[in-house]
Structures are given as structure tokens and as C-alpha cells.
Design a binder for this molecule. Structure first.
Ligand code: ZN
Length: 133
């Protein structure tokens, strides 16, 4: 296995890495090569801080094959403080306790573990933060 490639992939999974337009300041996640606001191609990498709020969510009771152990789980649209929307699982909360507008932060969670070669796949999820008010 290509160790260097594995490390690069890991970096992407650990952080919310997108791009920012050097011309107009618009931020994108996932990363884009062309700005949708001003059509500039002068975009540079940007690491999002992972804070935002729940824009919408739904509870998933039927999982794809291989994910049955984690039911039910919540998939939400997170509106990042820095602008973009991110679709991700929301963890550490009961569906009945979750509300639109809930403050959340990104966490890195183990997504899958392959027994034979020991490869562990991580992904970002979001978990609730105490509301400020
Ligand atoms: Zn732009």
C-alpha cells in the first residue's frame, strides 16, 4: 500500500478542507476550482474551523449494507459559520432531542475498520454544542 497517498487521504478526512476565492472571498466545501460567484479560477486551499448549525436533518432507519450496526443515525445539512453547507452524520444526540439551529462542531470518527490489513477509515461527523443562549 502507498503510504504517502494514505497520509494525504487521511489529512482530507481529518479536516474540512475546501477552497477560498482569492478574488471575492467566497468559500467552498467541497473544494471547487472555479468560483461560482465571480468565475475566478484563483482559488486557494482553506481549512474550515468546523463550527456551524443544523440547517435540516433526517433520521435514517434503514442503512446501506455494512452499516446496519449503527441504526438509527442522523444525517444533516450543516450550515458552516463560514458559509458553505456540508452534509454529514450528526452524532452524540437522540433524534428527538435535535433541533434546527442547534450549534454543532466537527469531530473525527472511526467510520469503518478492516480487520485483515488493519486499515481504519475515519470521517468527519458533527456533534451538538451547548447553545449559547
Ligand atoms: Zn470569487
Amino acid at each position: 500500500m502507498d503510504l504517502a497517498r494514505s497520509w494525504r487521504l487521511k489529512d482530507q478526512r481529518y479536516r474540512l478542507e475546501g477552497t477560498v476565492c482569492a478574488n471575492c472571498g467566497a468559500k467552498f466545501f467541497p473544494p471547487r476550482q472555479v468560483c461560482t460567484e465571480c468565475k475566478s479560477q484563483n482559488l486557494t486551499p482553506h481549512e474550515f474551523d468546523g463550527h456551524g448549525e443544523v440547517y435540516s436533518f433526517s433520521t435514517v432507519y434503514q442503512a446501506p449494507l455494512g452499516h446496519e450496526g449503527n441504526l438509527p443515525y442522523i444525517v444533516g445539512m450543516i450550515k458552516l459559520d463560514e458559509g458553505p453547507m456540508v452534509e454529514a452524520q450528526i452524532t452524540d444526540v437522540n433524534p428527538s432531542d435535535l433541533k434546527i439551529g442547534q450549534r454543532v462542531e466537527m469531530v473525527t470518527r472511526k467510520l469503518r475498520e478492516y480487520g485483515e490489513n488493519g486499515l481504519i477509515v475515519y470521517a468527519y461527523k458533527f456533534r451538538p454544542l451547548p447553545n449559547a443562549n
